[in-house]
Write a protein that binds this ligand. Structure first.
Ligand SMILES: Nc1ncnc2c1ncn2[C@@H]1O[C@H](COP(=O)(O)OP(=O)(O)O)[C@@H](O)[C@H]1O
Ligand SMILES: [Mg+2]
Length: 454
């Protein structure tokens, strides 16, 4: 870093850390205005080198890097002292930060963020938050956003395990490696997990376990419950770790009555576009059931694909057939996202799920589903509970309300079920059964944000 000014050197370290000036101020006890005056070059030689040392700690600088910063600030003698100091007395490696890149156009979720932050920031003992919701609803995006926003609270770093895609063995190795420890010679899960648990026991970390499907995996990945780790778990299952003392949050669709879907369009397309097409975009968001993944895909098409126009999308959505084929962009796909849970079902449950498409936009009770799909009410209840725990169907109403224990399908999930049904040719008899039903047996209330399929 020859000839770099103090502000240049500092700016590089700050950029690498991804901290904001406010977060650094909170972490280092150096006033925010002071940090800003250093960063923008108004002050070239800080008055107290102790402030710089505090900031260096907040930035997780190594001793070598701390010396570079001090030198650039004109404290050559102190820099030399640090270089000469015995290794143990200064921090020598930066805290790990394993979070996936943050979405540049994050919108909404303010209340949930506040809720989770209040859980995390007060933590002096282990805290676990489980965020559950259907595929594409924004769980991974939310925890990534939180990891960046709260990393300054975790001096020992942020660890990230993509449990949906990686084996626990590999995740544990990556956790250990983050602290320079190699556990690859522990070849069975139990012992590897034990070693990593010990390693994490007293660390103040944020641990993200994304896309968890089995409680058994958690047993191997969670740090000791006596530790100080904060854990964020995302899952489509709402019965995960049912017995633990955890804070559970159901993540919902973007709200029909709030501007989140439009805000996402605005982030990608600009305010002028959204003002011009507001009514059409509202209709699009409505027929996508306000699923963030679907909205993001359409926004990407509109932003980057010259063949796509608002009129074209409306035409496709109004046809209400074959929509899912169009709901893909690059590696984002609604259909693929839904497939992950669906593929894990046994055959008879798949058949049952497909037939539920005949209910279109109507809510239904287990007994009605049993009649239509020609299985026993007990089996239908069991199947629906299972589909619900996997976020493939949704429950309507709250305990005590008249429609409690009614189920419905998200409009895109229904489209997905219908496509699968057409492939498997199972929907015909279910339709006939539905026609035989007296009207009163279907819970006639429509799920509000849905237009019926043909
Ligand atoms: N709060 C949000 N702001 C902006 N876009 C979002 C938001 N939540 C989700 N998305 C969009 O939806 C996509 C799918 O979200 P993701 O977090 O992967 O869903 P999940 O993990 O629940 O399956 C994201 O890639 C992003 O484009
Ligand atoms: Mg995810």
């Amino acid at each position: 870093m020859i000839n770099l000014s103090f502000s240049d050197v500092l700016a590089q370290f700050v950029k690498r850390s991804a901290y904001s000036a406010g977060q650094l101020a909170e972490l280092s006890d150096v006033p925010k205005t002071t940090i800003i005056s250093w960063m923008d070059g108004r002050v070239n030689r800080p008055r107290h080198h102790s402030d710089l040392l505090q900031l260096a700690r907040a930035l997780n600088l190594t001793s070598q890097e701390t010396a570079v910063l001090l030198e650039a600030a004109g404290y050559a003698k102190t820099a030399e002292d640090i270089r000469q100091a015995p290794k143990e007395s200064v921090q020598d490696s930066a805290a790990p930060f394993q979070a996936i890149p943050e979405l540049p156009y994050f919108v909404g979720r303010e209340e949930i963020i506040k809720d989770i932050q209040s859980q995390l920031s007060t933590a002096d003992a282990q805290r676990i938050c489980i965020i559950h919701g259907m595929g594409g609803i924004g769980k991974t995006t939310l925890v990534a956003h939180l990891a960046y926003r709260t990393r300054y609270l975790f001096p020992d770093g942020v660890l990230w395990g993509d449990v949906g895609h990686s084996e626990p063995m590999a995740i544990l190795q990556a956790f250990a490696q983050a602290y320079g420890v190699d556990v690859s010679h522990y070849r069975d899960l139990a012992s590897r997990s034990q070693v990593v648990r010990q390693l994490l026991a007293d660390k103040r970390i944020l641990l993200v376990l994304d896309d968890v499907w089995y409680s058994a995996d958690l047993r191997h990945l969670l740090p000791p419950s006596t530790g100080a780790a904060n854990v964020l778990i995302t899952t489509r299952r709402n019965d995960l770790l049912a017995s633990g003392a955890v804070h559970r949050i159901g993540l919902g669709l973007f709200d029909e009555d709030r501007p989140d879907s439009l805000a996402l369009f605005q982030q990608r397309l600009g305010s002028a576009f959204v003002r011009r097409e507001e009514e059409a975009l509202k209709e699009i968001a409505h027929s996508l059931g306000h699923l963030p993944l679907a909205i993001a895909i359409i926004a990407n098409h509109l932003a980057l694909d010259p063949d796509w126009s608002v009129e074209y999308i409306l035409k496709v959505l109004r046809q209400k057939q074959g929509t899912l084929a169009d709901l893909a962009y690059d590696d984002q796909s609604v259909s693929l996202s839904f497939h992950v849970g669906y593929d894990s079902l046994p055959t008879e449950m798949k058949q049952f799920f497909m037939k539920l498409a005949v209910f279109q936009d109507r809510a239904f009770r287990p007994e009605t589903a049993a009649f239509v799909t020609q299985i026993s009410p007990d089996t239908a209840r069991r199947f629906l509970r299972r589909l619900y725990t996997l976020s493939l169907v949704q429950v309507q109403g709250q305990p005590g309300e008249h429609n409690w224990r009614c189920y419905h399908l998200h409009p895109l999930m229904r489209e997905f079920a219908l496509e699968e049904a057409q492939k498997a040719n199972v929907v015909h008899t279910a339709r006939q059964q539905l026609a035989r039903l007296p009207d009163a047996r279907v819970n006639g209330r429509s799920h509000n944000s849905v237009t019926p399929l043909k």
